[in-house]
Design a protein around this ligand. Structure first.
Ligand code: ITT
Length: 187
C-alpha cells in the first residue's frame, strides 16, 4: 500500500484524516513533529511555508493541516492564531469575548498541504456555523464544544468522527485530497 506521512501534533486531526482516507488505498503514517507557523494572514501561507520547511526533514510524500476558527463579529479572530488563543484564554475566554453578542456567526477553515513527488497541492475546506453560549458535547477536540455547524443542532463535539467529517471544513478538504489521490498516484 502507498504510504503518506501526516505531520501533526494533533490527535483529533489524525483521527479525522484516518477515517476519511480509510478506503483511499493510502496508508497514513503519523509523524508527531512541530514546524514553524509563520505569523501571517492566511492559512495557505502558513501551509506553504510549513511544507517547504519540512522538505529536507520528512522522507517520502507528506501532508500537513493548518486550521482556524474565524468569528465574524470579531473580524475573523482567532483565525490564524486559533492554537495560541486556545492555549492562552481557552474556550471560556473566547465565549467571554462573545458575551452579549447577537451575531454569533463563524467559519471554520482547514487548509491541507500535500507534498507529492516535488509538487505542492493545496486543498481548502470551509464550514459556516454559530458559536453557542456554553460548551456542549464530549467528543471532538479544540473548539468543537462551542461550534454548531449550519443545518445541525449539535456541536461538532456531539458528533462522531464520521458525522463531523460529513459536514466539516476538514471533511471537505479531505474529500478534495481523496479525489486527488484517486486521480493521481501518491506513493
Ligand atoms: P498541528 O501540529 O497539526 O499544527 P495544531 O493543534 O497546532 O496541530 P493548528 O495550528 O491548525 O493545529 O491549530 C488550530 C487550532 O484550532 C488548534 O487549537 C486546534 O485544536 C483547533 N482546531 C483545528 N481544527 C479544529 C476542529 O476541526 N475543531 C475544533 N478545533 C479545531
Amino acid at each position: 500500500m502507498m504510504k503518506l506521512t501526516f505531520v501533526t501534533t494533533n490527535d483529533g486531526k489524525f483521527r479525522e484524516f484516518s477515517a476519511s482516507l480509510q478506503d483511499s488505498g493510502v496508508e497514513l503514517v503519523r509523524r508527531s513533529q512541530e514546524y514553524p507557523e509563520i505569523q501571517t494572514d492566511t492559512l495557505e501561507k502558513v501551509v506553504r511555508f510549513g511544507l517547504d520547511w519540512l522538505r529536507e526533514k520528512v522522507p517520502g510524500n507528506y501532508v500537513i493541516d493548518d486550521s482556524g476558527l474565524f468569528i465574524d463579529r470579531l473580524r475573523g479572530f482567532p483565525g490564524v492564531y486559533s492554537a495560541y488563543v486556545l492555549k492562552t484564554i481557552g474556550l471560556d475566554g473566547v465565549l467571554g469575548l462573545m458575551k452579549g453578542q447577537e451575531d454569533r456567526a463563524a467559519e471554520f477553515a482547514t487548509t491541507i498541504g500535500l507534498f507529492n513527488d516535488g509538487d505542492v497541492h493545496i486543498f481548502t475546506g470551509r464550514c459556516r456555523g454559530k458559536i453557542i453560549t456554553s460548551p456542549e458535547g464530549t467528543g471532538g477536540f479544540g473548539y468543537d464544544p462551542i461550534f454548531v455547524p449550519d443545518g445541525d443542532l449539535r456541536t461538532f463535539a456531539g458528533m462522531t468522527v464520521v458525522e463531523k467529517n460529513s459536514v466539516s471544513h476538514r471533511g471537505k478538504a479531505l474529500k478534495m485530497l481523496n479525489d486527488y489521490i484517486k486521480r493521481n498516484a501518491v506513493s
